[in-house]
Write a protein of this length. Structure first.
Length: 251
């Protein structure tokens, strides 16, 4: 079977975006890693939040082999994925004022923790208010978003602001408005979104930078190993016990 031209074009587009992120976001990735390392070293906790498909990149750094055991998912019922019926409910909840405050007030977050908020557009009420309220509670906020949306669309929050306006550090995914990399004759809508690929890469790069900063300080990064390799369960049991008071996905 011959190679698919469109498949190759998508992979090339994704590689191009990853190269842009590597070159243009190197400084902010390093800063985000430093902030996470500072928090881990100081005894703080780590949380990640994303709504809809943005939640995929948040889930990708929670409870997985090679990841930080301390990263917890800040889940908002109904907005984490497409398992909710109807799936459109998740999109609607992103626009509800006051939901972020209620979630944070009932969560274990506290001053000194880090919250990574992932939102491609950064324009809806939920990520904007999540960032605003988190900073008011004394958390450091790292935003992962596409700055292009703030330049080319209107905010849906009453303040007229975007996620990027309420973060200590902003990682720009460079994704174009609409999140579709390809067009083709005979296909009326643009297609092939790359935001998950790029955003997940940004998250993993940030965690790698955090691990680097920790080991430079003589601190062993609190990493998990695969349970499918010999010794993995014993290793993870030790890590879970040592950091049990900072891990919330086991409770």
């Amino acid at each position: 079977m011959s190679e698919s031209k469109l498949a190759g074009q998508f992979i090339d587009a994704a590689i191009g975006l990853l190269q842009r992120v590597r070159e243009e976001e190197a400084g902010t990735i390093a800063a985000a890693g430093e902030t996470i390392a500072d928090t881990v070293a100081a005894g703080g906790r780590l949380f990640a939040f994303g709504a809809g498909h943005s939640s995929l990149a948040a889930q990708d750094v929670v409870y997985r082999a090679g990841g930080f055991a301390l990263m917890n998912l800040l889940a908002v019922p109904g907005v984490v994925g497409v398992d909710v019926m109807p799936a459109t409910l998740g999109s609607a909840l992103e626009r509800v004022d006051g939901l972020a405050g209620a979630v944070l007030d009932s969560s274990p977050v506290k001053s000194g923790d880090v919250l990574v908020i992932i939102s491609l557009s950064g324009r809806n009420a939920l990520p904007v208010e999540m960032a605003m309220n988190a900073r008011a509670l004394g958390l450091k906020v790292i935003g992962v978003t596409s700055v292009a949306y703030a330049e080319q669309t209107k905010s849906r929050h009453v303040s007229g602001t975007f996620l990027k306006d309420h973060c200590d550090i902003v990682l720009d995914s460079k994704i174009a408005v609409g999140d579709a990399e390809l067009t083709h004759e005979g296909i009326e809508a643009p297609f092939a979104p790359a935001s998950t690929v790029v955003t997940s890469a940004l998250m993993q790069a940030t965690m790698a930078a955090a691990a680097e900063r920790l080991v430079e300080r003589g601190i062993e990064p609190p990493l998990l190993r695969s349970g499918n390799v010999d010794g993995g369960h014993d290793w993870n049991g030790r890590v879970m016990t040592e950091y049990g008071d900072r891990i919330f996905y086991r409770r």
